[in-house]
Design a protein around this ligand. Structure first.
Ligand code: NCD
Ligand code: ZN
Length: 484
């Protein structure tokens, strides 16, 4: 047998199902062998991982990298450097850039900008009121998933009407791409914010007052109904409240293909942190009252919320510290701090390490069509690995983050236990001994060519706009031909 390019010895491999001591042989970009320690023979390079845990690299399906249009906050180089430093080996990037990723041309432009990426990535296409006729082109152009802003947030993209959403879901359902939802109902928030502003309110907690959990309940319920009707596969982004778990669970029980994610800020911060953090805590949806946290943890452990993501949303220090809460930037960088924060939660006994692998790697890969290439440590899978020291104690220091222009995080100063020391992307180190590997710039590839979508099962196809208007189906046949 030819020697492996790389042999990682002495570590403990952790999957979503269990952990075991093993050596890993890497050939080219993939895992070629997994064997009991000492059994795998020779390699060009041997890397000693004794005492460390080897996890599949995290897959973060929710990052905002800002280029084009807001590259003063972040770009693909800095954003994916932060990912590499955080043990994140795949990111899905959001379309609320300027211009938004709403057309095949904008998507092609973003692919060019992403050519500096250090880890693999998927690009979201936008589903909006005015680009329904672009959705097929976005899919053909390599969109890995879609994003629908049901509520206003950074970029102020108008939320589509329910009518436009329904047609968009009908079109995307035929292809199986997942539609990720910013599930906050815009009209409720606009109404309340206008009244609060008219009353002169502009403190950090007024942002929460404008976005009570009913906005999420209403949006999740409505999106789930549209998904059920059309057969579209959907994903609820940044779940912030216990309340929206009910419509999520109900839809899952009815067999709707609906997944959900939450982010560290909703698990670890609450209204008690607003006074200390001021506008830095501003994020959409907002950090809520303390009781939500326990229910979100329970939902992560029972599988209702299947994914952890970051909503990595960088803003400049000036934007984050604006004392007028309506003007302050919403969100904060997270892709570099996700694993340290979640590993700390493992150290505290809030979830098992295997469950962290499930929500950070296996389930995202499963939901977004990346199995068997990503999300698992298995023969033939990409050697996307996060090598972890569970005992390392560090303090999160925003000055050291790799999101060079946007280093403001509410977790600054937090002491955490557990740290990725090394990250591999497709067999190559992109971070080694806590140092970014400079030559990783430009190695990242789009994952859309790997994606395997389940066979589409559009439901009310006979009532879809495409069939009623007699336009061609995506496979080139009309509905009449399909029925014949
Ligand atoms: C995100 C951003 O800044 O792009 N901000 C946020 O508060 N979450 C947008 C979003 O995901 O809503
Ligand atoms: Zn959002």
């Amino acid at each position: 047998m030819a020697p492996f390019d790389l042999l990682i010895t002495g570590g403990t491999v952790v999957t979503h199902e269990g952990r075991f001591r093993a050596d890993i042989g890497v050939t080219g970009e993939v895992i070629a062998a997994i064997g009991v320690p000492g059994s795998l023979g020779i390699a060009m390079e041997v890397f000693d991982a004794s005492g460390l845990h080897i996890l599949p690299g995290a897959i973060d399906v929710h990052v905002h990298y800002r280029d084009p249009g807001m590259a003063h906050k972040e770009d693909w180089d800095t954003g994916t450097a932060a990912a590499a430093m955080g043990g994140v080996t795949t990111v899905f990037e959001m379309p609320n850039t300027f211009p938004p990723t709403a057309t095949p041309e904008a998507l092609a432009d973003k692919f060019r900008r992403a050519s500096t990426a250090r880890v693999d990535f998927g690009l979201y296409g936008l589903l909006a009121e005015d680009n329904i006729d672009q959705l097929e082109g976005l899919i053909a152009g390599g969109a890995a998933a879609f994003k629908c802003f049901m509520g206003n947030t950074t970029g102020n993209l108008p939320s589509p009407s329910t009518g436009a959403m329904l047609e968009g879901f009908e079109i995307i359902a035929k292809h199986g791409h997942r539609i990720s939802l910013h599930a906050e109902t815009a009209s409720i928030m606009a109404w309340r914010q206008a009244k609060l502003m008219a009353a002169g309110k502009k403190a950090p907690l007024d942002h929460l007052a404008a976005r009570p959990a009913i906005v999420a309940i209403e949006a999740v319920q409505r999106a789930a109904s549209l998904a059920e009707w059309t057969g579209a596969r959907v994903h609820v982004l940044h779940i912030s409240s216990a309340d929206e778990l009910r419509p999520l669970r109900e839809a899952q029980a009815r067999g709707v293909d609906i997944t959900g994610e939450t982010c560290p800020c909703y698990l670890m911060l609450d209204t008690g942190d607003y006074a200390r953090l001021g506008p830095v805590i501003k994020v959409n949806p907002p950090v809520r009252e303390p009781h939500h946290k326990a229910e979100l943890w329970a939902a992560l452990n029972d599988g209702t919320i299947g994914l952890i993501a970051t909503d990595h949303a960088p803003h400049t220090p000036e934007e984050k510290r604006n004392p007028d809460i309506w003007e302050a930037g919403a969100g904060f960088p997270g892709v570099e701090t996700l694993m340290p924060l979640m590993l700390d939660a493992v150290a505290e006994g809030r979830l098992k390490l295997e469950q962290l692998v499930r929500i950070s790697a296996y389930n995202p890969a499963s939901a977004f069509g990346l199995l068997p290439h990503k999300g698992q440590i298995a023969i033939g899978s990409h050697a996307d690995l996060a090598i972890i020291d569970l005992g390392a104690e560090t303090v999160i220091d925003e000055a050291k983050l790799h999101s060079l222009r946007a280093r403001v995080t509410p977790f600054h100063g937090k002491r955490v236990r557990g740290l990725p020391l090394h990250t591999l992307s497709r067999g190559q180190f992109v971070m080694k001994n806590r140092v970014l590997v400079e030559s990783s710039r430009g190695r990242g590839r789009s994952v859309h060519t790997l994606q395997k979508m389940p066979t589409a099962k559009p439901r009310r196809v006979e009532q879809s706009l495409a069939s009623l208007l007699g336009s061609q189906g995506s496979d080139g046949t009309t509905l009449a031909q399909q029925k014949a």
